[in-house]
Design a protein around this ligand. Structure first.
Ligand SMILES: [Zn+2]
Length: 133
């Protein structure tokens, strides 16, 4: 089994497109409202585009109108890592794939969304692959 945490940048560049590499391995952000899964309501499971680990489900996806796919919970807490991020002059919580430590997006809390957790996992479409059920 591949230990995705040992994959070098050069190897990631071979596996990913330049756009995927920028977001997943350089903590980039895709522009709002352009990601392929922003408004997707297809039932299924969203996996890490870098390593294939199942991360989110359509049942926890909600329409946040923020411009990126939004989930109120991951598939399981141990699938992701949450890490304090002070880049760009903001204090945010970065969300990474626990298996390969690729960047997925950020999580915000207390925004008042009518969801069970009041959390918004704001995830780049390009970090995910949807497998319809
Ligand atoms: Zn991953």
């Amino acid at each position: 089994m591949t230990d995705f945490k040992l994959i070098s940048d050069d190897q990631w560049r071979e596996r990913l497109t330049p756009e995927e590499f920028h977001v997943l391995r350089r903590a980039g952000t895709e522009p709002p409202h352009v990601g392929e899964y922003t408004d997707t309501t297809t039932e299924g499971v969203y996996s890490c585009r870098a390593c294939g680990t199942e991360l989110f489900r359509s049942t926890e996806k909600f329409d946040s109108h923020c411009g990126w796919p939004s989930f109120f919970s991951p598939l399981a807490a141990d699938r992701i890592i949450e890490r304090r991020d002070t880049s760009h002059g903001m204090i945010r919580v970065e969300v990474l794939c626990a298996a390969c430590e690729s960047h997925l997006g950020h999580v915000f809390e207390g925004e008042g969304y009518d969801t069970p957790t009041d959390l918004r996992y704001c995830i780049n479409s390009i970090s995910l692959t949807l497998t319809p059920r």
